[in-house]
Design a protein around this ligand. Structure first.
Ligand code: XBP
Ligand code: MG
Length: 225
């Protein structure tokens, strides 16, 4: 694998099926605020095409024609994030099949490992603690997260940031994604991308992906030099 120097992972839906925990945290925050909002799985599946929790809430407000201010949405999102962290810390989350083995194989092969996610650094930390029992900085060399960039996925910004922090050109890295917005983002940053569709993204259009796999079990790094 001479030309391959790094693996860049999306988090939500790719490392683990986290969206139901996100949805539960949103709904708990809405209920605690007495907002009268609740997202069903069908609502959430539709809303997920808007990446980022604050942006998703703003979309829901626009669809309803009225609702809380941007400042209140930001506060609600803080509440949601605290509830999500508590859910992660509660245990029970599993990595998707093949993820732990691939991260270990990448490390053993001397590849650098990065995350490019729409969610926050704090949520990445909560997830690495839940899956590996280790800090994000111990598992990944680089974490690039949503609010660190001007435009979230499908814009290329978060992948471009990950590459800058890795100090590598796009040709030296391979991205792993579960969603159409993620594929568009990685491709716009010049990356090859492997897709493992998740519960909420199955059936999306993954045009542009190098490969679409059910999961990462047995993923052969040697084919991606
Ligand atoms: C994931 C998301 C979300 C999370 C983001 O996108 O956009 O589902 O709600 O968490 P991707 P925040 O997997 O493409 O990165 O609520 O912290 O924004
Ligand atoms: Mg994802």
């Amino acid at each position: 694998m001479s030309g391959l120097a790094a693996l860049i992972f999306d988090v939500d839906g790719t490392l683990a099926e986290t969206e139901e925990a996100h949805r539960a945290a949103f709904n708990a925050a809405f209920a605690a605020a007495g907002l009268g909002w609740h997202w069903s799985m069908a609502d959430y599946g539709r809303l997920l095409t808007t990446t980022g929790g604050k942006e998703r809430m703003a979309r829901w407000r626009e669809e309803r024609g009225s609702g809380p201010s941007d400042a209140t949405i930001a506060a609600l999102h803080g509440e949601k994030t605290a509830r999500y962290a508590a859910l992660m810390a509660g245990g029970g989350l599993m990595a998707r099949p093949g993820v732990l083995a691939l991260v270990a194989a990448g490390r053993a092969a001397g590849l650098r490992l990065a995350v490019a996610t729409t969610t926050s650094p704090g949520n990445v930390e909560a997830l690495t603690q839940a899956l590996w029992g280790r800090a994000a900085g111990d598992v990944f060399d680089v974490v690039a997260a949503g609010d660190e960039v001007a435009a979230k996925k499908p814009a290329p910004d978060v992948y471009a940031l990950a590459l800058r922090r890795l100090g590598l050109p796009a040709a030296a890295a391979l991205a792993f994604e579960d969603s159409r917005n993620g594929v568009l983002s990685a491709r716009a940053a010049g990356l090859r991308v492997v897709v493992t569709p998740s519960a909420y993204t199955a059936g999306e259009d993954f045009a542009g992906a190098s490969e679409v796999l059910a999961d990462l079990t047995g993923f052969d790094l040697a084919r991606w030099g």
